[in-house]
Design a protein around this ligand. Structure first.
Ligand code: NAD
Length: 361
């Protein structure tokens, strides 16, 4: 199979971690008989330096012509970098917002997986962490409170701010379908999270999710109120498979879920549109403090490449091979500095990429 992938190395550690993800993808291509066709584009600070803008229209056209986008990370030190003296619409992050909009990426997927070998980094009590957990937060990304009408007015001398939370049934249906599709590739359970005891938008959410569920008889659906979900994530995270939720709830819950894994260098993510197209990137930033030192952990980006194979190309076997290679490297005791613990062997970014590529079978 030909896989047309646009790569965005980006800034800081971005180029280093993307290089390691490509190394692993190339090994998968060799073992499983695929052709990886990469085209690099600039985004963020690198694009500002080259073209004066964080993302050019040509770069967007290149991304659109591919089947998927694999990204490192963008941005620099927000206090010292000259990029942050520019107006907000010309700063590195504006490139990310622009590409998400141009590619119509409305579904954000963030897995939170606790590796047995890294359980020590989990901030939860051992009796909870020893159960392990493997969940994925499916967050609606382009609707809800963050995109509703907002204004600040003054009534009788009192200032009043108004934000509007709006969802129509089509927006809910398309993210619900994504949630159920993803659950079909996992343990076939969806927990839909809302605040249906209070909000009309949540009552509509619940109704539409139940309609979509009828097309997925193999998937178990449960509903959970968002406040309860926030508690359950720290009390019993093992109960979750796919958590399906709207924009603001997902923003908060996905950060909570990532924190309970305890290791930022391990967290992958994907943003999808209504085709198979997706943008895949680690959840962490560009770590300018360690850029160029060959110490960054490339695993989040390598796992993002695995998500790309699974969700954009339906290459589940190949994605499983990457996930298994990452697990094996951890079992064999290799760690980058950020996840280092006693008795393990510390390696750099390139070496970690080599070790994972070697374990692709
Ligand atoms: P960060 O995630 O880049 O770094 C936070 C801390 O974690 C740092 O100490 C860093 O060294 C460490 N770290 C992060 N990733 C690591 C890895 N793979 N291996 C080892 N250590 C790692 O967050 P920040 O410092 O707040 O942000 C730095 C820049 O990244 C900012 O410009 C920010 O806007 C940008 N950012 C970009 C994205 C994105 O591209 N999607 C996301 C978040 C932050």
């Amino acid at each position: 199979m030909d896989l047309r992938i646009t790569c965005i190395p980006g800034d800081g550690i971005g180029p280093e971690i993307v290089a390691e993800a490509k190394k692993v993808l190339d090994k998968v291509a060799e073992k499983y008989g695929h052709q990886m066709k990469y085209t690099d584009i600039l985004m963020g600070g690198a694009s500002i330096d080259a073209y004066g803008v964080p993302l050019t229209d040509e770069a967007i056209a290149t991304a659109k012509a591919a089947d998927a986008v694999l990204m490192g990370s963008i941005g620099g030190n927000t206090t010292t970098s000259p990029w942050y003296k520019l107006p907000p619409n010309l700063r590195p992050e504006a490139g990310l917002l622009k590409i998400r909009k141009a590619l119509n990426l409305f579904a954000n997927l963030r897995p939170a997986y606790l590796y047995e070998e890294l359980a020590g980094a989990c901030p939860l009590k051992e009796e909870i962490s020893s159960q392990g957990f493997d969940m994925l937060i499916m967050r609606e990304l382009t609707g809800g409170l963050y995109f509703g009408e907002r204004k600040t007015i003054e009534e009788n001398g009192v200032k009043k701010a108004i934000d509007t939370l709006t969802y129509d049934e089509n927006e809910i249906r398309r993210i619900a379908i994504k949630g159920f599709d993803v659950a079909m590739k996992r343990r076939k359970k969806v927990t839909s999270v809302d605040k249906a005891n209070v909000l009309d938008s949540s009552r509509l959410w619940r109704k539409v999710v139940e309609e979509v569920a009828k097309d997925y008889p193999e998937v178990t659906l449960e509903h959970m109120l968002v406040d309860n979900c926030a508690m359950q994530l720290v009390k019993d995270p093992a109960q979750f498979d796919v958590i399906l939720t709207e924009n603001m709830f997902g923003d908060i819950l996905s950060d909570e879920a990532s924190m309970v894994t305890g290791s930022i260098g391990m967290l992958s993510s994907a943003s999808l549109n209504d085709t198979k197209f997706g943008l895949y990137e680690p959840s962490h930033g560009s770590a300018p403090d360690i850029a160029g030192l060959d110490v960054a952990n490339p695993i989040a980006t390598i796992l993002s490449a695995s998500m790309m194979l699974r969700y954009s190309f339906d290459l589940d076997k190949e994605a499983d091979a990457i996930d298994a290679a990452v697990k094996k490297v951890l079992q064999d005791g290799f760690r980058t500095g950020d996840i280092m613990s006693e008795g393990c062997t510390k390696v750099g970014c390139k070496k970690m990429g080599d070790l994972i590529a070697e374990r692709i079978i």
